[in-house]
Every structure is written in structure tokens, then in C-alpha cells.
Design a protein around this ligand. Sequence first.
Ligand code: ZN
Length: 154
Amino acid sequence: MGKSISKQTIEQIRDSNDIVDVVGAHLQLKRAGTALKALCPFHKEKTPSFTVNQQRQIFHCFGCGAGGDVFKFIMQYENVDFVTALKMLADRAGIRLEFEESSAQTGPSKDSLYKLHDELAQFYNRILLESPSAKSAQTYLQKRNLDKNIIEEF
Ligand code: ZN
């Protein structure tokens, strides 16, 4: 498992799959006040105790205690793991699942690249200010009335 899905993508998938639509595709939801109710798919019952809260995007069954968000519903209903549920819901919303490398240790890290860049910049700066071979560059800069601070900055 060298790959993972970014939190951002997970949020995007969650936002694009209204739990009422997803559950409603599998169960017959009936509005009861502010809640939506259905016969629970996770235990046997004759009166609906399975509720969906659209505002909070969660489901809960007062009969068997099952509950969670849209991913949890698909995981339990389809009997799949989290990644499979993610894929199913991404497909449903037309979102391309982007896996990011979680092992960023291959190749130089950003930090060491920045450091190298800094060192190079200092190196060239020193040549420009001190090296006699950079005389023409120095006179050029002096001609343009740049003071030493700006040259150093540059
Ligand atoms: Zn239940």
C-alpha cells in the first residue's frame, strides 16, 4: 500500500454524494418530519427505525445501532471496504480518483532542494561581489547606481 487518497478527494466525494440520494437508491425512504425513515437493511424489522439526517449527512438505526456517513452506509450495505466504497461513490459522482504517493521518501525532499538552491545563490552572490573575474559585472552594477544591499539582495 504505497498509495493513498487525499483527504481533499475524500471530502469532494462525500460532498458530491448526498446521503439521501445514495440511501434512497437502495431503500424506500419516507419523510417523517425533518427526518427520512426506512426499514433498516441491517436488521429485520417491521416498523422503520432507520433514519437519515440530510442536514448532517448521516444515517442511524435506532433498532440495531448502525450508523455513520455515506461511506459507512455503502461499506455496510455492499459489504465492501472503505476504498471500494470510495471508488463506488467516486464513480457515481463522476470523480476521478487520484491516488497520491504516500512514500515521499523517494528522491530528494523539497527541503534539501531548497537548501541546495540557497547555497547556490549564496555561492554566485559571493563570486559577483568578491571575485576579480566578476569585475565587469561589478562595474556594470555600480554604473546602474545599485547600492551594495540591493546587489546582495539580488
Ligand atoms: Zn437496524
